[in-house]
Design a protein around this ligand. Structure first.
Ligand SMILES: NC(=O)c1ccc[n+]([C@@H]2O[C@H](COP(=O)([O-])OP(=O)(O)OC[C@H]3O[C@@H](n4cnc5c(N)ncnc54)[C@H](OP(=O)(O)O)[C@@H]3O)[C@@H](O)[C@H]2O)c1
Length: 262
């Protein structure tokens, strides 16, 4: 991949996606979340984007000439199928699909575990339903919509803590395991995708530590300057996606363009 060129200043300038061409149809799943909204805002402001499909479980943002919101709940496959059908009906094909959903805590059973003593079956099921199974079902319905005659990308937000090789601290059993499983889903999808659509790319993304509802309870130990604003992280990741080629498919990429080992 080409190294991304992003700075805080660049995030204030209009988004340019050089490698994708123009008249782009894009979709953001989880568009009401911290990162999801930042992706949607940046893509909405991008001149090359012709249609933006924003999907979220809550907070519909309505409709403009370019932007259409629709409900999508990862735990309701029919809502995912409906969302894909709408995108197909209105746009035909998609050039970029970003899945920006995810869960780390739910204010109830699911809390990052400090010890194996805290492992809970129901909490782990919640993490897997949202972090692993949901994005897999989105892929099932949206990968067939990826454009075949130009670059197209399916990207799901994963996390560095889902890397088995990178795990030196332990803890966070459910979140780590659900993201490691997501990384395997992405790798496996990429193999089938390469057979069906040679120009398409399927990757996982790590945004860094980003100021959002997901990270809020855990921001205390984040070193100075290492907590990114969602707009900055989203722009950095869009620049990473712009630099990807089919040979990168199946990988997990950080906000700075580095490939994270599984
Ligand atoms: N923030 C970080 O520091 C960080 C670091 C590494 C990786 N990530 C990853 O980045 C992604 C985005 O995180 P974020 O920081 O933007 O968190 P966030 O602000 O909490 O957004 C997460 C979004 O996921 C949506 N979601 C949860 N369950 C859903 C379901 N069943 N159906 C549809 N949508 C659902 C939520 O929808 P509602 O609005 O309806 O609740 C919310 O909008 C996640 O995958 C996360 O693991 C984040």
């Amino acid at each position: 991949m080409r190294p991304p060129n992003v700075s805080n200043a660049a995030a204030n300038q209009g988004l340019v996606l050089e490698s994708f061409g123009d008249r782009l149809n894009v979709a953001v799943v989880g568009a009401a979340g911290g990162l999801g909204r930042a992706f949607a805002d940046d893509l909405d402001g991008c001149e090359a984007v012709a249609a933006l499909h924003a999907f979220s479980r809550s907070n519909s943002g309505g409709r403009t000439e370019k932007l259409a919101w629709q409900r999508l709940d990862l735990e309701d496959e029919a809502s995912i199928a409906d969302a894909a059908a709408l995108a197909k009906r209105e746009s035909g094909e998609l050039h970029l699909v970003i899945v920006a959903t995810g869960i780390l805590h739910d204010g109830a059973q699911l809390q990052p575990e400090k010890s194996w003593r805290s492992i809970s079956g129901p909490a782990m099921e919640t993490a897997f339903r949202v972090n692993t199974i949901g994005p897999a079902l989105v892929a099932k319905h949206f990968l067939p919509l990826l454009a075949t005659d130009s670059k197209s990308v399916f990207a799901a937000l994963s996390a560095r803590v889902g890397s088995i090789e990178d795990n030196e601290l332990g803890g966070w059993h459910a979140y780590r395991a659900s993201k490691a499983a997501l990384n395997m889903v992405i790798k496996t999808l990429s193999i089938e995708l390469a057979r069906r659509n040679a120009r398409a790319i399927c990757v996982g993304l790590h945004p860094g530590t980003v100021d959002s509802a997901l990270s809020k309870p855990f921001q205390g130990g984040v070193p100075e300057g290492k907590l990114f604003q969602p707009a900055h992280a989203a722009r950095a990741l869009l620049m990473v996606l712009d630099g990807l080629s089919p040979g990168d498919s199946g990988g997990l990429f950080a906000w700075d363009g580095t490939r994270i080992p599984f």
